[in-house]
Design a protein around this ligand. Structure first.
Ligand SMILES: Cc1cc2nc3c(=O)[nH]c(=O)nc-3n(C[C@H](O)[C@H](O)[C@H](O)COP(=O)(O)OP(=O)(O)OC[C@H]3O[C@@H](n4cnc5c(N)ncnc54)[C@H](O)[C@@H]3O)c2cc1C
Length: 395
C-alpha cells in the first residue's frame, strides 16, 4: 500500500494558498462550525436578498469567495490556472438553480455550450457538468418522474428540455468533452436518470462522453448501478458514472416524513459508506466497461479507490478514473492525489451571487453537519500555519 498517498501532507495540500488566504479559510470554516450561526445567517441572507438589500458584496467577499470562482467565467481564470499548475482540472460549474422561465433555461443552455468550447480550448481532460434543473422546470421533472399525464403544453415544454439537453450533449460529443449530469432530489430523479441514460446511449461508445450520477445515500442505488452496468454492456457502450454520497439528505428525510412514505435514504451513515465503497469496487471490477468519477471528500473512500486501482494493476494516471472534490473543500485530498499522479478535478462553481445561494447554503450546511469534516479542515489549516511559522522562509 506504499503507493497510497498521505492526505496529511499540508505543505502539498496548501501550496497554492498564501498565509493570508489560509487564515481567511480558517475563519470561514470556524464560522461554519456553528450550526446555529449558519441557520441564522442563512435566514438573514435569504431575507435580505428577497428585500433587495445590498448584501451581495459581503457574501461575495466571504462564503462565495471560499466556494466559487467568480460571477462570470472570466473571473475564474486565476483559480483555473492555479489548479491547472498543480495538475488539477477545474470543472467549471454554472451554478444557477431554481429558474422558472424558458428564457432562463435557454440562457443556461447557451452558457453550457460556451463552457464546452472553453473546456476544449484550455483543459487537458476537458469536462463540464450540468444540473437538469438549470434547463428544466422542477415541476415538469416531478410530473414525468411520477408518470403523470402531461397536457399538450407540458409535452411541448418537456420536448424543449430534451432538445436543450441533446444540443449540450451533442456539442460535448463533437468537441470530445466529458459532461457530468448531476443527480438531484429523488422525486425528480426518475426523469433525470432516463434523460441521462438516453444521452449515454446516444453519445457514449468506446469512451464515455456523458456521465450519469448515483447518490449512494439512497438504499436502491447499488442495485441500480449493477443493472446499469449490465444494460450498457449489453448495448455495447461504455457507462460513465459519477459516484457521490448525496447532498439532500435532510430535505429527503423531511419530505418522506411529511408525506408519509418510507424514506429512500439509507438507515445510517455507515450504510451509505458501505454502499459508496461497494460502488467503487463494482466500478473498478468492471473497469473495461465503465469510466468513473469518484466525487468525494471522504479520505477512506479516496484511499480505498487508490488501493482498488493498485490491486487491479491500474496506473495512478489511468485515464478512466477521476477523483473529484468541490472547490473550497478538502484540498488535502485533491492536491496530495494530484501530487501522486492520480487524475483529479475540482468542481469550480460560478454565477451571479444571488443565484448561487442555494449552492452556498448546501455547502455551509454540509460543512456544519458532516461529523469530523470541519474539525479535519481546521486541524489541517492550523497545522500548516504552524509549519509556516516555524519555517518562515518557505512562504
Ligand atoms: C465532484 C462532486 C460532484 C458532486 N455531485 C453531486 C451530485 O450530482 N448530486 C449530489 O446530490 N451531490 C453531489 N455532490 C455532493 C456530495 O453528495 C456531497 O459532497 C457528499 O455527500 C459529501 O460526502 P462525502 O463523500 O464527501 O463523504 P462524507 O463527508 O464522509 O459523507 C457525508 C455524506 O454522507 C451521507 N450521510 C451523512 N449522514 C447520514 C445518515 N445519517 N444516513 C445516511 N447517509 C448519511 C450524506 O450523503 C452526507 O452528505 C458532489 C460532490 C463532489 C465532490
Amino acid at each position: 500500500m506504499s503507493n497510497i498517498p498521505s492526505f496529511s501532507n499540508t505543505e502539498v495540500a496548501f501550496k497554492s494558498k498564501s498565509t493570508i488566504e489560509l487564515k481567511f479559510t480558517r475563519l470561514i470554516f470556524k464560522l461554519m462550525g456553528s450550526p446555529g450561526l449558519v441557520n441564522i445567517l442563512t435566514d438573514l441572507t435569504t431575507f435580505a436578498l428577497k428585500m433587495r438589500l445590498p448584501v451581495q458584496w459581503i457574501i461575495k467577499k466571504t462564503i462565495f469567495k471560499q466556494f466559487c470562482g467568480g460571477e462570470k467565467i472570466n473571473e475564474c481564470t486565476g483559480t483555473y490556472e492555479l489548479l491547472k499548475k498543480n495538475n488539477i482540472e477545474a470543472i467549471l460549474d454554472y451554478s444557477v438553480e431554481g429558474q422558472s422561465l424558458e428564457s432562463d433555461f435557454d440562457y443556461v443552455r447557451d452558457e453550457l455550450l460556451q463552457l464546452i468550447v472553453n473546456a476544449k480550448k484550455y483543459a487537458k481532460v476537458p469536462t463540464t457538468c450540468l444540473k437538469i434543473t438549470g434547463i428544466a422546470n422542477f415541476s415538469i421533472l416531478e410530473k414525468v418522474s411520477a408518470n403523470s399525464q402531461l397536457s399538450e403544453a407540458e409535452k411541448h415544454e418537456y420536448n424543449q428540455v430534451i432538445k436543450r439537453l441533446d444540443s449540450i450533449c451533442k456539442k460535448a460529443f463533437d468537441n470530445d468533452v466529458e459532461i457530468y449530469i448531476d443527480a438531484e432530489e429523488t422525486w425528480i430523479q426518475v426523469a433525470i436518470d432516463r434523460l441521462a441514460e438516453v444521452m449515454m446511449q446516444k453519445y457514449n461508445g468506446k469512451v464515455a462522453i456523458v456521465f450519469t450520477t448515483l447518490q449512494m445515500y439512497r438504499h436502491d442505488r447499488l442495485e441500480y448501478l449493477q443493472g446499469l452496468i449490465k444494460k450498457t454492456t449489453k448495448q455495447n457502450f461504455v457507462l460513465g458514472a459519477k459516484i457521490v454520497r448525496g447532498a439532500y439528505l435532510e430535505k429527503e428525510n423531511e419530505r418522506a416524513k411529511n408525506n408519509g412514505y418510507s424514506t429512500p435514504m439509507q438507515p445510517n451513515k455507515s450504510a451509505t459508506d458501505n454502499d459508496y465503497n461497494s460502488a467503487l469496487k463494482l466500478m473498478v471490477d468492471n473497469i473495461e466497461k465503465v469510466e468513473l468519477c469518484a466525487g468525494t471528500h471522504n479520505e477512506d473512500s479516496a484511499k480505498l479507490l487508490c488501493k482498488l486501482m493498485a490491486d487491479k494493476g491500474l496506473e495512478n494516471s489511468y485515464r478512466g478514473i477521476f477523483f473529484s472534490q468541490l472547490y473550497g473543500m478538502s484540498d488535502n485530498i485533491s492536491f496530495n492525489l494530484a501530487h501522486s499522479g492520480y487524475n483529479v478535478s475540482k468542481y469550480l462553481p460560478y454565477g451571479p451571487v444571488r443565484d448561487t445561494l442555494p449552492y452556498l447554503i448546501r455547502r455551509a450546511r454540509e460543512n456544519t453537519s458532516i461529523a469530523g469534516q470541519m474539525g479535519r479542515e481546521l486541524a489541517l489549516i492550523t497545522k500548516e500555519l504552524s509549519r509556516r511559522k516555524a519555517q518562515p522562509t518557505i512562504n
